[in-house]
Design a protein around this ligand. Structure first.
Ligand SMILES: [Zn+2]
Ligand SMILES: [Zn+2]
Length: 554
């Protein structure tokens, strides 16, 4: 029985290249999840796209004297290249600049307006007299009223994570010209979030399986009580408001970007030539929606987007919001402006994708912040990927290839130790699938690694290279058992390490890919011709640590 699953993945602002924090936070987890479910035969739709309207884009464009569209084009192309090289397999990665997205947004806006969930009111906004304009939230900086962090932006505090109103900032100043902005009245549309407080509480109460930080953070905001929020802004860059007389204002980016999950599903369906196919995910009550976002995005996906969907009616709400915490860089928060980050295109110019997918998976910031350091990267690459997993696969395959005419040997009678490893492989196969389906990605890859360690111990004990001369059948049996464990690991590692797992699957004599064969534990056929194996991973020189650390912050 196949499941129907929508994966909504955070929309990155197209204002700079991706860094490792983005990948660990929001992009690798859904790809692991999607690869597993596709292999299992489920109907998966994984969508996202470049967020092209946010003020981060106009900030960069103004700074560089370019148009926002030029900035967007550059980084959207960069994202697409990163996905391709890292093996992040979106069914559609679009942008919020499409006509389809504007139409879907306006449709949602008008329906919510018609149903009284959106209303018009006056709000005070910060106005920069020197520039004669209202300042978008991100153009204002000041002190957070909640935690007193003095680098808070007008939309959110990066220190305590709370969404803010620019007016609530203490000591605000204009990020653009440094002037002290003054409050001024402006007419805007508001989303009546306060009316959704109780319905949301009720909706969340059975969601005890959510990750602790996501659940607690959401319940905390609901218990404080939701405030209505303005969903339009005094801007020129963005989606027009579909109401006469509002031509000089735009729909605000946080309201519009989340609608991208719906508009992207529609666009995907149109591109497939089956324009109604999106309904299988959005209007089918059996479909489950998973959202993968960083922790700064939690309230938008557990409160605002569900409230909008409730107001709109007839569409599926999130099933799980598997938000991750932050990945710090050598102990400090990654920062685009300070260059304190490892950029994905830069990483990929020097190293392979799978080692990165590996380290970000074993160290995934699922419920706590995690740290990336080059020393850890080199250590895990050399000790775990190369020594534990890569060498296991390589030495068993090479030894078998050379001593058994390049074929999978026929096993003799199995002893207790053989059966122990085979049953561990069967258990690992079940466990990894269960972990991935529950969005416990770190536990899944750790189970894979534990089996690789067990297979290494088995091999050291059985030492087929010693038994080969005296008892060829015993050697054949040990190699067959070890190869079975390795074949299982090729499949269980596949959602995490797709490139090397597919490569290994070929060495094992499979003519189909893992993706095509599906999520099933391989059963080896004695006599199958192997393909002469090559090492799966490269050992890294310890000098890499110093070289790469010197690049940080420059
Ligand atoms: Zn704060
Ligand atoms: Zn100013």
């Amino acid at each position: 029985m196949s499941d129907t699953i929508l994966l909504g993945v955070a929309w990155p602002y197209a204002n700079g290249p991706l860094h490792l924090g983005h990948i660990a936070g929001a992009y690798l987890p859904p790809d692991i999840f999607a690869r597993y479910h596709r292999a299992k035969g489920d109907r998966v739709l994984m969508v996202s796209g470049s967020d092209t309207h946010g003020t981060p884009i106009t900030v960069r464009a103004e700074k560089e004297g370019r148009s926002p569209a030029e900035v967007v084009a550059e980084f959207h192309a960069s994202f697409l290249e990163s996905w391709q090289q890292l093996g992040i397999t979106f069914d559609l990665f679009t942008t919020t600049s499409t006509d389809n997205h504007a139409q879907t947004t306006q449709e949602m806006f008008l329906r919510l307006l018609e149903r009284g969930h959106i209303y018009e009111d006056t709000m005070r906004l910060l106005y920069c007299n020197r520039e004669s304009r209202f300042l978008p939230d991100r153009y204002v900086e000041g002190t957070c009223p909640h935690c007193l962090y003095d680098g808070a932006r007008g939309d959110q505090c990066d220190n305590c994570g709370r969404p803010l109103n620019a007016l609530d900032l203490l000591n605000p100043n204009c990020k653009n010209c440094g002037d002290i902005p003054v409050p001024r009245d402006s007419r805007h549309f508001f989303l009546r979030l306060s009316a959704f407080n109780e319905p949301l509480k009720e909706w969340i109460s059975p969601r005890t399986f959510w990750r602790r930080p996501v659940l607690n953070w959401t319940l905390g905001l609901l218990n404080e009580g939701l405030q209505d929020r303005a969903i339009t802004r005094d801007l020129e860059w963005g989606i027009p408001i579909p109401v006469d007389g509002w031509e000089d204002k735009r729909i605000y980016v946080w309201f519009e970007a989340v609608i991208g999950y719906l508009s992207a599903a529609r666009e995907w369906a149109q591109r497939q030539g089956t324009p109604d196919a999106w309904k299988d995910w959005w209007e089918n009550p059996d479909a489950r929606h998973y959202y993968f976002v960083g922790k700064d995005n939690i309230p938008f996906h557990t409160i605002i987007w569900p409230a909008m969907l409730m107001g709109f009616g007839g569409l599926n709400l999130p099933y799980d919001v598997a938000a991750n915490q932050y990945l710090t860089m050598s102990g400090s928060k990654a920062s685009t402006s300070r260059g304190w980050a490892v950029w994905v295109p830069d990483y990929l110019s020097r190293y392979d994708p799978d080692p990165l997918r590996y380290i970000l998976s074993v160290n995934m910031p699922e419920t706590n912040d995690a740290d990336f350091s080059w020393a850890e990267f080199v250590r895990r690459n050399n000790d775990e990927l190369v020594a534990t997993w890569g060498n296991l696969a390589n030495r068993v395959l090479t030894f078998t290839y050379r001593n058994f005419e390049g074929r999978i040997p026929r096993p003799g009678e199995l002893d207790k130790r053989d059966r122990a490893l085979l049953s561990a492989a069967a258990e690992t196969f079940e466990a990894v699938g269960t972990h991935i389906a529950a969005c416990q990605f770190k536990a899944g890859i750790n189970a894979c690694l534990a089996l690789a360690q067990q297979a290494n111990r088995y091999l050291d004990e059985m030492a087929p290279w010693k038994s080969l001369k005296a008892d060829r059948e015993r050697a054949a049996t040990s190699l067959f058992v070890a190869l079975s464990a390795i074949a299982t690991l090729a499949v269980t590692f596949y959602p995490y390490l797709p490139f090397t797992s597919e490569q290994l699957f070929t060495y094992l004599g499979n003519t189909n890919t893992i993706e095509a064969t599906g999520w099933r534990q391989p059963v080896l056929e004695p006599g199958t011709a192997l393909v002469e194996p090559q090492p799966l991973f490269r050992k890294l020189d310890p000098s890499v640590v110093e070289e790469e650390e010197a690049r940080l912050g420059h």
